[in-house]
Design a protein around this ligand. Structure first.
Ligand code: F6P
Ligand code: MN
Length: 314
């Protein structure tokens, strides 16, 4: 993993994409999302913390910030000229812009993941999944790119177009410049981030968690999916889970908006992502709101989770 922070040479996002020889329209799309994130940061820093008075299709109450972030991205992408279809975790229908144009891209996104952490001033993020053509209901392995933006003490952007994973930091001019290139998460799993209520874990997940603890793996859970995954990538290893629970067999996290893009990024860094039985990126979605359990991070830890779950099932 190459580190660029201390070099005087600043490689910005657009130049990085150009030097990676990316498709011009995909470059445009990624840069539009990066630009939209500047308005989202501003909304987080200074915006209304109140409720919007509406709910998303999962029945979760929306904050004014969720709705605003959603609008910022939709507006930007609608006018980008490179998008076929859009779907957001915050709205219940696909926005069709040029729906049958196979040369354009379709985008599934979570505009402000973890937004309930904003009032306690913890980190949140935007997660984006990109497919070529008009079809949004494809297995995640068909993604042509995935990215997230993490709004923490610093703002960082991580992307992959299938040629490694790269992290950029926002500088004082609000430009994203390269911090790390070709991030690899091949170190041992020294940290773990367990989502969901422990008393609702099934025996296999409970045994997995106990084995990690007995092996000295430390708890590091923020409650925000983006910072929790970013931690695994930048610390080069570890495991995050939001498992199937006794009262929620599909867990909590959503395949299109959360799991597929993160699984794509983590696999690109040499990690693995499973629902306990199969690779996340091989799940065939039949609806945009599908949820799935997830065990994601260092391959050995994900394999151990699968083993514990297989044995639980007998
Ligand atoms: O949108 C889902 C989310 O907020 C993620 O950011 C996070 O990983 C998860 O939910 C936290 O869920 P819980 O509050 O059940 O720990
Ligand atoms: Mn979310």
């Amino acid at each position: 993993m190459e580190h660029f922070n201390s070099t005087p040479l600043q490689i910005d996002l657009r130049r990085h994409l150009r030097e990676n020889d990316e498709d011009r329209d995909l470059t445009r799309l990624i840069c539009e999302i990066a630009d939209a994130s500047k308005y989202i940061i501003n909304a987080i820093r200074t915006g209304d913390l109140g409720m919007a008075g509406t709910s998303n299709l999962y029945g979760e109450k929306q904050l004014a910030l969720d709705v605003l972030s959603d609008r910022i991205i939709i507006k930007r992408l609608r006018h980008s000229g490179v998008v076929a279809n859009l779907v957001s975790e915050e709205s219940d229908e696909v926005v069709s812009i040029d729906p049958d144009n196979e040369d354009k891209f379709s985008v599934a996104f979570d505009p402000l993941d973890g937004s309930s952490l904003v009032d306690v001033n913890m980190a949140v993020g935007t997660i984006v999944s990109i497919y070529k053509g008009g079809n949004l209901l494809q297995p995640g392995r068909n993604q042509v790119a995935a990215m997230y933006i993490l709004y923490g003490p610093r703002t960082t952007l991580v992307y992959s177009t299938g040629k490694g994973v790269h992290e950029f930091g926002m500088n004082s001019l609000m430009e994203y410049t390269l911090n790390y290139q070709n991030i690899r998460m091949t170190g041992p799993a020294r940290i773990y981030s367990p989502g969901g209520l422990r008393s609702k874990y099934t025996p296999g997940t409970e045994r997995f968690a106990r084995t990690l603890e007995e092996n000295g793996t430390k708890l590091r859970y923020s409650g925000g999916f983006v910072p929790d995954i970013n931690q695994l990538l930048i610390k080069r290893g570890g495991v995050f889970m939001y498992p199937h629970l006794t009262d929620a067999p599909s867990g909590k996290l959503r395949l299109l908006y959360e799991l597929n893009p993160m699984a794509f990024l983590v696999e690109q860094a040499g990690g693995a992502a499973s629902d306990g039985r199969r690779r996340i990126l091989d799940i065939e979605p039949d609806s945009v709101d599908l949820r799935a359990p997830v065990f994601i991070g260092t391959p050995a830890a994900v394999a151990l989770a699968e083993q514990c779950i297989r044995e639980e099932e007998g």
